[in-house]
Design a protein around this ligand. Sequence first.
Ligand SMILES: [Zn+2]
Length: 144
Amino acid sequence: MAKRDVEISAPAFDSLEESLEYTRRFQNPQGFIDEFVKLLKGRIKLSADPKYDSRIMASGSAIISRGQEAIKIGLAGLICDSELFKTLVHEEMHLRLIRKAERSNLRILNIVTHPDVSVEEDYVEQIAVRYLRMYEGAFGKFKH
Ligand SMILES: [Zn+2]
């Protein structure tokens, strides 16, 4: 579980229509995630198609085993769009970090092999928060 710099809270709605539209993501989480990724602007390339997993207690998790790389999104990752965006970048960074470490990048190797797992967690979370700020700076704030 990562240290979170951005608070997760359900959004406030201006109308019933908006509220109903928001709740649709929980009825079809995978469809919502697929659509969200498809509509992302910029050049965000994910190493794996994110899969919804209701068993995950955190916003997301990454499977880094070679050949089985996966990005999983939990319920908490759906609560707001900015959290989903940040989670996608966070998990993607775990995948990229391990590949960089495998190419003998010593600085990254030290991060991914550090006995204190929070070293890697804090590192990827910082990048994810920075990406979120840059993205919202360039394309505007997420709606929810
Ligand atoms: Zn993490």
